[in-house]
Write a protein that binds this ligand. Structure first.
Ligand SMILES: *Cc1c(COP(=O)(O)O)cnc(C)c1O
Length: 376
């Protein structure tokens, strides 16, 4: 059996090695390392993939979120509504800009922001809602968009974990996550579903004026070279990463299928076990399984994590400490929150290896070890 890994980017690379190597050498030979045709081509292809009008590449997913908040004119003293059960980047960028994150609960099944509690969190200072499509599953965007419209709030989607996910509205309209809100942000961190061989990120929008602002802020606030209209930052996707991502984008749907197939295998093995809740799949959403995350019931999660490690099975806890309990947010009143579902999940979730290269022998081994411990 091939060694088990949370994500196997190496085997994936072997399958596209020839194409990638040729493209990377071509970048070096062209010496066009920053900007240029390859970056523009990739941005256009990514926008088209999402059915979005504009794609603005940047240096990483965290920058994408920060630039999005800056472009929407959010400033110190404003508030954004976000889940606490997320990766820190979502909320850290708000704090960095002096914006107060208002943490709300997630839905116990979907792990995403619970729309039912959004309105209670709205104040006169609220400017935006920031849903996170956690683990590859879309948040309940129909309800979120309706609330945002009613209260004239912006929606910034954190789509770092759900690129390729498709959300269906009740009228039958289907949209890719990241192309639903005012701005969609994504990350090309190597382990993400569309991973670069280094860092990268992008922002999507359908709004022409907003696209100009995003582009300007990501490039030192320049309207034209050496004319700086607003305070911006320096956030670029380099040509080498763009070339690699453009190749991988062509495989993205097939990568998603492989992840979904692996998830089906786990589901079939675990679904009947009363101590294990398999990931929920909303009927109106195509889950892309960035993570395959179980919720345990009456099982010592940390002991299982250790048992798996001792048996050569990697697993991860995403995330052991929710944002509102991080020291970082003490100054933002983090300890004032009482988010029972978030705390409950934090103690019970465990993510198993899932990626494009898992084979049945590997999955059978993982399943056997999990069940061996759970059924003890
Ligand atoms: C990975 C990730 C980010 C940040 O992306 P980077 O490219 O690492 O900066 C933001 N939000 C979520 C939910 C993520 O998973």
């Amino acid at each position: 059996m091939r060694p088990l890994q949370m994500v196997d980017t190496k085997t994936q690379y072997q399958k596209i090695k020839k194409e990638v190597d040729t493209a990377v050498i071509a970048v070096m030979e062209s010496s066009q390392f920053i900007g240029g045709k390859l970056v523009n081509d990739f941005a256009n292809n990514l926008a088209a993939y999402h059915g979005a009008k504009h794609c603005i590449p940047c240096a990483n997913g965290t920058d994408a979120l920060q630039i999005a908040m800056m472009a929407l004119g959010l400033k110190a003293g404003d508030e954004v509504i976000t889940p606490s059960f997320t990766y820190i980047a979502t909320v850290e960028v708000a704090a960095l800009l002096g914006i107060k994150p208002i943490f709300i609960e997630v839905d116990k099944q979907s792990f995403c922001m619970d729309p039912a509690v959004i309105e209670k969190a709205i104040t006169p200072k609220t400017k935006a809602i920031v849903p996170v499509h956690l683990y590859g599953q879309a948040a309940d965007m129909e309800k979120i968009m309706a609330i945002a419209q009613k209260h004239k709030l912006f929606v910034i989607e954190d789509n770092a974990q759900a690129i390729g996910s498709v959300y269906e509205f009740s009228n039958g309209t289907k949209k890719k996550t990241g192309a639903i809100g005012d701005i969609g942000c994504t990350s090309f961190y190597p382990s993400k579903n569309l991973g670069a061989y280094g860092d990268g990120g992008a922002m999507l929008t359908n709004d022409d004026a907003l696209a100009d602002k995003l582009r300007m802020i990501a490039s030192h606030g320049q309207s034209k070279r050496y004319y700086h209209d607003v305070v911006g930052c320096n956030s670029r996707l380099d040509a080498m990463q763009a070339a690699i991502l453009d190749i991988k984008l062509k495989h993205l749907d097939e990568y998603i299928d492989a992840r979904r197939k692996a998830a089906d295998y786990y589901d079939a093995a675990f679904a009947s076990n009363p101590k294990i809740a398999v990931p929920y799949r909303a009927a109106n959403n195509k889950h892309v399984f960035h993570q395959y995350t179980l919720t345990l019931n009456g099982v010592d999660r940390d002991a299982l994590h250790q048992f798996l490690a001792d048996n050569g099975v990697p697993s991860m806890i995403y995330y052991p400490v929710p944002a509102h309990r991080q020291k970082m947010f003490e100054a933002f009143g983090g300890s004032d929150y009482n988010l029972e579902i978030t705390d409950w999940l934090t103690e019970r979730v465990i993510s198993l290896p899932i990626h494009t290269e898992l084979d049945e022998e590997q999955q059978q081994f993982i399943v056997n070890k999990v069940l061996e411990f759970v059924n003890k």
